[in-house]
Design a protein around this ligand. Structure first.
Ligand SMILES: NC(=O)c1ccc[n+]([C@@H]2O[C@H](COP(=O)([O-])OP(=O)(O)OC[C@H]3O[C@@H](n4cnc5c(N)ncnc54)[C@H](O)[C@@H]3O)[C@@H](O)[C@H]2O)c1
Length: 308
């Protein structure tokens, strides 16, 4: 199937393109940045917020995997209006294109941050009630989910909502916690942990995540929401220890506690396991090892570590 991947030049999108190619689909990238990872793949270099660009890119595709977004919370903080334009209006442009071109499916990339401060005791699944977001990034991603629902109800545009855990792995942004710890350890510098480092997150190795995204194209996952998360809870302290075990035994220092982060309970991946047959199979230690191997090869070949 010909599949449009918005944001296909980005971190997650580039792995989704790999997965589509591996499964003999025909990816088409729509991104403001040409892909450094797949320069041979058909691409529309243009802006999601321009309706004609999205309509043109969506011609003759069977599905759209919509990943393009202002995805870095620091960029959202710096320019919340642009984040709204891309993440909310841009998502609506994708749904409009799907409506006009009668495209069978939109797969929408949301985030587990929508569960921030959810009023739930115990494990959180896709039916959990959501609290109002306290960050513009989360507000835009949740708005995108709402537009998916509304376009389905009003116009019959079929969509699947995927709530991603925190991805890491090859091509990750250098400023993210794992890349920055790896870079510091490779230089022999100490790793700084804010507070006691006991706060945990559910990471997901990006190649596993991309596999789940492509599995969500299956017919049965229309109208469904899936959490794509790793099951392991990994603390900042464990990240640091894993990086020290893989890269080198640099010192650890403790810095002051950061202002209270959004509370996230343990998120269940059971629905994706049952319905998509997907689990994040790469352990955290293996994923960090694979990331470090990739960094070494990318450094030797001077492959761009990040798009753009
Ligand atoms: N990285 C994470 O921690 C994370 C977690 C949960 C969900 N997500 C979601 O996954 C998706 C992909 O995130 P990522 O980490 O790969 O981000 P990324 O920044 O690496 O990729 C996003 C891509 O979108 C492109 N883009 C941005 N604005 C555009 C526009 N106006 N028109 C066309 N293309 C545009 C960028 O050039 C980039 O290539 C996003 O929707 C993000 O919200 C990311």
């Amino acid at each position: 199937m010909r599949v449009l991947v918005t944001g296909g030049s980005g971190f997650i999108g580039s792995h989704v393109v790999d997965q589509l190619l591996a499964r003999e689909h025909e990816p088409v990238i729509l991104d403001t940045t040409p892909s450094p990872h797949h320069p041979w793949v058909t691409a529309v270099v243009g802006d999601l917020t321009h309706p004609e660009t999205v309509l043109g890119a969506a011609r003759d595709v069977g599905a759209i995997i919509h990943l393009a977004a202002v995805a870095d919370v620091n960029d959202v903080f710096a320019d919340p209006v642009r984040a709204g334009a891309v993440n909310v209006h841009g998502t609506q442009m994708v749904l409009e294109a799907a409506r006009h071109e009668n495209i069978g499916r939109v797969v929408y990339a949301s985030t587990v941050w929508v569960y921030g401060n959810a009023p739930v005791e115990g494990e959180i699944d896709e039916d959990a009630p959501l609290a109002h977001p306290s960050h513009v990034y989360t507000a835009t991603k949740l708005a995108g989910e709402m537009y998916c629902n509304a376009y389905r109800e009003l116009y019959g545009v079929e969509s699947t909502i995927l709530r991603f855990g925190i991805p890491y792995g090859p091509r990750a942004r250098p400023a993210a916690v794992i890349p920055s710890f790896v870079a510091r350890a490779q230089q022999g510098d100490a790793l700084t942990i804010a507070g006691d480092g006991n706060q945990t997150r559910q990471f997901v190795y990006v190649e596993d995540l991309a596999e789940g995204v492509v599995l969500a194209l299956e017919q049965a996952s229309a109208r469904r929401i899936y959490n794509l998360v790793g099951d392991e809870e990994t603390s900042v302290r464990q990240i640091a220890d894993t990086v020290r075990a893989v890269v080198g035994d640099v010192p650890l220092v403790h810095g002051p506690e950061r202002p209270a982060d959004v509370r996230l309970g343990h998120i269940s991946g059971a629905r994706a396991a049952t319905e998509l047959g997907w689990t994040a199979s790469t352990s955290f230690a293996d994923g960090v090892r694979r990331y470090v191997d990739w960094i070494s090869i990318a450094d030797r070949l001077a492959v761009p570590a990040t798009p753009g």
